[in-house]
Write a protein that binds this ligand. Structure first.
Ligand SMILES: [Zn+2]
Length: 246
């Protein structure tokens, strides 16, 4: 897997120049996940998905993890939880995107593993996309009369492509109906996420604690469900990566 941090500067430059890679960046959270899952579940699940995809598309992708923490104010009653303020989180992501583009990496896929990041990221990504196109595209604005003209011009620049999704949004609703009983999908440390954890990090799940889950939604979780979910996530992200690379 090509992890940006483990290249030396010549290797990084040559890989970027020769392979024109897109970047795959995980985001998540460090926060309490009841008693049965570990505090780093969200960032580590997104990281593993991003790493596996970087391995699968090793010629044209580069992995980078700029931060582990996300927006987790709602979990701060539990020691060990870390949170960033919304503007800090978005500020770091914006600066990372800007640095990537200045390095010649103009296509970036964020894979998010934490619900609390979703709405701020959705809004921020639209703006980051526009801002980066505005800053880095070579468009002539001398004939622009309205903002609509400007948006159309920016849209014609296919070089810059910044996308973001949370991994649980990848599934078809019918798939979820077949696999998951919990009506509160995707939830928090529930049947869905606990199944994912049982498949990805079996040694970090406390199976005894599942029996006394205070939300009572993780008891239907299983490794088999986790594998089905994981394979579907990888398949759906692979389609997006193929699309971004062509
Ligand atoms: Zn989680």
């Amino acid at each position: 897997m090509h992890n940006l941090e483990f290249f030396n500067r010549n290797e990084a430059r040559d890989f970027i120049n020769k392979n024109n890679p897109m970047a795959i960046i995980p985001t998540g959270s460090v926060e309490q996940h009841l008693n049965h899952l570990f505090i780093g579940m969200d960032i580590n699940s997104a990281t593993k998905i991003a790493e596996d995809l970087t391995n699968k598309f090793s010629k044209n992708t580069i992995f980078y993890r700029p931060l582990s923490v996300g927006i987790a104010e709602q979990h701060m009653a539990f020691p060990g939880t870390m949170t960033l303020r919304v503007n800090t989180f978005i500020g770091v992501l914006t600066d990372v995107v800007n640095s990537m583009i200045r390095s010649g990496i103009t296509k970036i896929l964020f894979i998010n593993g934490h619900g609390g990041n979703t709405e701020p990221m959705r809004t921020a990504m639209q703006n980051i996309n526009l801002e980066m196109k505005g800053l880095h595209s070579e468009i002539d604005t001398s004939e622009v009369r309205t903002h609509v003209d400007y948006m159309e011009l920016l849209d014609q620049d296919s070089k810059i492509d910044i996308r973001y999704t949370s991994y649980w949004e990848m599934h078809d609703p019918n798939f979820i109906k077949k696999v998951i009983n919990d009506p509160n999908y995707p939830g928090h440390a529930n049947e869905y996420e606990t199944s994912v954890a049982l498949h990805m990090f079996p040694d970090l799940v406390d199976k005894e604690a599942i029996k006394i889950d205070p939300l009572g939604t993780s008891s239907d979780a299983s490794e088999e469900k986790g594998k089905l979910i994981y394979d579907d996530i990888i398949e759906k992200y692979s389609n997006i990566i193929q699309e971004m690379l062509t």
